[in-house]
Design a protein around this ligand. Structure first.
Ligand code: HEC
Ligand SMILES: [Cu+2]
Length: 340
């Protein structure tokens, strides 16, 4: 009876283990945006190759160790005519030296692809690489293109086929820039310049996330990377360089000034007094697909929700609730949506 119960427990546990293994594998292997095993850059593939080689080495070790274990269990199990205690062995110099040397050899074997990959990734970025300054904020991302005079937020556009050289900076706490399908993580360390470079190949959208606990809304510090064809990228640059479609006498801009938004946000046009960079640049906010660091799709409903009470949507948000009246919210929403 007792034996049957424990056999049942064992088979249930085994079932759960097998199911989680299958689920885990399909989650990792599936074409999901946070999967690290489908790199879409040559640099990402260097890391993937190290991962794959080490996985094969480890699989070999697993088979050998489990094989020996099973052999020992079967070969030396208690037989019906066994009586008394089996032979007791203390100390075995050959074995002890063996199990010290073998792990050293394994670590050395693992270090070969690791060092090779590290050297490959330490090559300086290409001379024609596109430089982008990535400024980590609490809790959003500012992207600055010094060659084009563009400052935008939370959506990084990169041209396919040209190396991107990201200069990572933070003036607050440590963040970590991570787009699993493009490249490994890299921290943004205050007062220390960090760089990350890779060459996106396939146009499309890629999902990114801050990967270093950086405060209350760390989990909501996402972003998107849009890899454009070279033509799309050129068009995007032109549209972002253009001044905002607004002006001093625009009622929307007046509402923006009256509500105090001007204390933290920029809207660029000739003679614009809105020049602050505490929050994201809003010159072309209507052209973004998400707002508040990919917290929401950029829809009128979500924008209104955000303006009413930012700290409710993102705990600790550095954009305060400004107690706006419904008419103000409506006015600001349609104004911002039109800033394409
Ligand atoms: C005290 C500074 C401050 C004030 C005042 C302020 N904001 Fe913000 N705003 C921020 C910060 C900081 C963020 C980024 C929040 C985040 O994503 O965590 C932000 C984000 C936003 C976003 C999302 C932009 C994007 O691309 O993700 C919009 C839209 C916005 N603010 C509009 C406004 C409007 C309209 C007003 C005036 C009613 C206003 N803000 C007042 C600091 C401010
Ligand atoms: Cu962060």
């Amino acid at each position: 009876m007792h034996r049957r119960a424990s056999a049942r427990t064992a088979s249930i546990l085994l079932g759960i283990a097998a199911a989680s293994l299958c689920f885990g594998c399909s989650w990792v292997m599936a074409d999901n945006p946070m999967s690290t095993v489908h790199p879409a850059t040559p640099e990402g593939r260097v890391i993937q190759a190290i991962y794959a080689e080490i996985t094969w080495i480890v699989l070999g070790i697993f088979v050998v160790v489990e094989g020996l274990l099973l052999y020992a269990i079967l070969r030396f199990r208690r037989k019906p005519d066994d009586t008394g205690v089996p032979e007791q062995v203390h100390g075995n110099t050959v074995l002890e030296i063996g199990w010290t040397i073998v792990p050293v050899l394994i670590v050395m074997a693992i270090s070969v692809p690791t060092l090779r990959g590290t050297c490959a990734l330490q090559q300086p970025p290409a001379a024609n690489a596109l430089t982008v300054h990535v400024n980590g904020k609490q809790w959003w991302w500012e992207f600055e293109y010094p060659d084009y005079g563009i400052v935008t937020a939370n959506e990084l556009h990169l041209p396919a086929g040209r190396m991107a050289n990201l200069e990572l900076r933070s003036d607050n706490v440590i963040h970590s820039f991570w787009v699993p399908r493009l490249m490994g993580k890299r921290d943004l360390v205050p007062s220390r310049g960090q760089r990350l470079w890779f060459t996106p190949e396939e146009p499309g959208w890629y999902v990114g996330q801050c990967a270093e606990l950086c405060g209350a809304s760390h989990a909501y510090m996402g972003f998107r990377v849009k890899v454009d064809t070279p033509q799309e990228f050129a068009a995007w640059i032109e549209s972002q360089k253009a001044p905002a479609k607004t002006g001093m006498s625009d009622p929307g801009f007046l509402a923006f000034m009256q509500a105090g938004c001007i204390a933290c946000h920029s809207i660029n046009f000739d003679g614009s007094p809105a020049r602050q960079r505490v929050g994201p640049n809003l010159t072309h906010v209507g052209s973004r697909t998400t707002i508040a660091a990919a917290r929401f799709e950029n829809t009128p409903e979500n924008l209104a929700r955000w303006l009413r009470n930012p700290p409710l949507e993102k705990p600790g948000s550095l954009m305060p609730a400004l107690n706006l009246k419904d008419e103000q919210v409506a006015m600001l929403v349609s104004y911002l949506q039109n800033l394409k």
